[in-house]
Structure formats: C-alpha cells, structure tokens
Design a protein around this ligand. Structure first.
Ligand code: IMP
Ligand code: MG
Length: 176
C-alpha cells in the first residue's frame, strides 16, 4: 500500500496533536454536542476527535453524497444513511474528513438547520481552498491542504488506503 504513496503530508503524530487541539477548542465552546460523523471518510477522524472532547458528546452518523453543482441549486444531497434522532433544539457538530468543492457540506448544513437544530457547526480535518466552488464556513479546521489527491486516515481512493495511519499524496500513476 505504501508504495502507492508519493509523499507523506501529515504523520500519525502530527495528526494526533492537531486533533487534540481541535478537541480542546470544541470543549470550550459548548456544554454538550450532538455530533454527526460523515461516513465513511470521517470515521477515523471522528473516533479520535470525540475522545479529545471533554464535554458530553452524542454520536450519530450520516452517509451522504452530492450531485455536484446541481445540488447547490436544488439543495439536494443523496442521503444514504440518515440520523437516528430528532435534532430540533440541539447544538450540532458535523464532522467531515475533507472539504473540497464545499457542495456537500453547504447542502447538508442547510438541511440540518431546516430540521430545527439550534446551531450547526462544521469540524473538518482537511480543506482544499483552491478547489472551492461554494463558500462554506468551517468552524474547526485541522489543516489547509494543496489541491492533490490525498489518502489515509479515513480518506480513500476506490475504497482503499483508509486504514493508513498517516495522510499522504497518492501517486498519479495509481489513478491515471
Ligand atoms: P465536496 O466538498 O462536496 O466536493 O466533497 C468532499 C468529499 O469529496 C469528501 O468527503 C471526500 O469524500 C471527497 N474528497 C475530496 N478530496 C479528496 C481527496 O483528496 N481524497 C479522498 N477523498 C476526497
Ligand atoms: Mg466524504
């Protein structure tokens, strides 16, 4: 697996210390959170982040995919797995692996606000600002990254590499 990696962008240790900082920051701003982990990419980050948060956290999951630019105008995302509970009046924290065009998060946070959440914030491990097509407020961000295809720590290419403990750039030869 590692022979498919061009270079390591963040080591396991670097990720760990950044995630701890994010957890501390989140702990200061809420008294309780209803967190929404976005499957599958955010699963590894989610597991680490919630353990770095020192206030009560309820865990729930969604699996979503956007229809690209069409989602922005229609406000529709394909919800493959929905939340288990009513979220009205709750402080929500969406936990996502990476914000790319921003379309998925823009639509999802709108949908969850419309369901009556008291607040909806976003925690993303990574963001590719150069790729943004719609503006998204990222309330807690791990790292801002260049426009390269990344894998590891939950991120996949064709469902592979999610279990790498670091984040790396995938060799172009793997997908070109
Ligand atoms: P967007 O912000 O709506 O364009 O979608 C973000 C989603 O695209 C993420 O949740 C990932 O599933 C996927 N994605 C974007 N960039 C990468 C990458 O570099 N590696 C793996 N998945 C990515
Ligand atoms: Mg994803």
């Amino acid at each position: 697996m590692t022979s498919d990696i061009e270079k390591i962008l963040y080591t396991e240790k670097e990720i760990h210390s950044r995630v701890q900082e994010m957890g501390e920051e989140i702990s200061k701003e809420y008294s309780e959170i209803y967190s929404v982990g976005i499957l599958k990419g955010a699963s590894i980050f989610y597991a680490d982040l919630v353990r770095a948060v020192k206030i009560p956290v309820m865990l729930d999951f969604m699996m979503v995919s956007s229809y690209g630019a069409e989602s922005v105008t229609s406000g529709k995302v394909d919800i493959k797995k929905d939340l288990e509970r009513d979220i009205s009046g709750k402080d929500l924290l969406i936990v996502e692996d990476i914000i790319d065009t921003g379309i998925t998060m823009k639509c999802l946070s709108k949908i969850l606000k419309e369901r009556g959440a008291k607040s909806v914030k976003i925690a993303a491990l990574l963001s590719k600002p150069d790729r943004r097509e719609v503006e998204v407020d990222i309330d807690y961000l791990g790292f801002s990254v260049p426009d390269e295809f990344l894998v590891g720590y939950g991120l996949d290419y064709a469902e592979k590499y999610r279990n790498l403990p670091f984040i790396g750039v995938l060799k172009r030869s793997v997908y070109e």
